[in-house]
Design a protein around this ligand. Structure first.
Ligand SMILES: [Mg+2]
Length: 257
């Protein structure tokens, strides 16, 4: 049912894949290609996913990128030995070619402010701080009752923090992110690369942070699709699950070949 909605909304059931030279794919990882796990380090990569993505990338002459909140090193660990063009840390880092090094798009957050965040988090048992360099995540998955109080405390801390930072809400996580860093900005930057230029971007994601990338894809004449889960209810989503996304990508691959 959900897939039918997706295809009908897109107008073209195969979204231009009949002409793979004109399509670019931007894919979130967790909750979009891979099922959410109780902890980020416990996700299970489905058999065949890396090979599917490699085949799609080749069918699109390289115009496929992973756009994730994770570091790109995580992407390589999960999908390796396959390597992809990627934006990690919500756009805080990039790799513009699979054979290139990862480049940071923002300076690491000031260690003194990170220490303040750690002190603040210590007041909320179960909250885990993850210093990713250009961004800092405060995971409250194991402390669900603290969401409101933790969010208020972070808003307060940001009022006298370096003014290029803002608070973003994700799935059971708060992230402190530089203002100029977003998945939407990442998608626009990647679309400027030769391998993506002149193609119609398709962005698929499952969380609030993906909204900016969906909006960017639509601004650039493409489309964005949402995957149902903890953020989007089924009736607001285009895909019911990561499994359905993978099945649909398989259909697109068959069409592109
Ligand atoms: Mg996700």
């Amino acid at each position: 049912m959900t897939m039918i909605r997706t295809l009908a909304r897109a107008g073209d059931p195969l979204l231009g894949f009949a002409d793979p030279r004109r399509t670019a794919l931007f894919l979130d990882l967790d909750g979009t290609l891979i099922d959410i796990a109780p902890a980020a380090d416990r996700v299970v990569v489905p058999n065949g996913l890396p090979a599917l993505l490699e085949s799609l990338r080749d069918a699109l002459d390289g115009a496929l990128a992973i756009v994730t909140g994770r570091p790109i090193a995580d992407v390589d660990r999960l999908l390796g030995p396959a390597r992809f063009v990627a934006a990690g840390l919500h756009g805080g880092e990039y790799r513009s070619d699979p054979s290139e090094i990862v480049r940071h798009a923002a300076l690491p957050i000031d260690p003194a402010f990170v220490a303040r965040l750690e002190g603040l988090a210590a007041r909320f048992p179960g909250v885990r701080v993850e210093d990713k360099g250009p961004t800092v995540a405060l995971h409250w998955r194991d402390a669900p009752d603290c969401e409101a109080a933790l969010g208020d405390a972070l808003e307060a801390a940001l009022t006298d923090a370096p003014d290029h930072l803002e608070l973003r809400r994700g799935r059971r996580v708060f992230e402190i992110v530089p203002l100029h860093v977003s998945k939407g900005a990442a998608l626009e930057i990647l679309c400027g690369l030769e391998r993506f230029a002149g193609r119609r971007p398709i962005m698929i994601g499952d969380d609030l942070g993906d909204e900016s990338a969906i909006a960017a894809a639509e601004r650039l004449g493409g489309v964005g699709f949402r995957v149902a889960g903890e953020t989007f209810p089924s009736d607001a989503a285009d895909f019911a699950s990561p499994r359905q996304v993978r099945e649909w990508l398989s259909v697109l691959l068959a069409e592109a070949r």
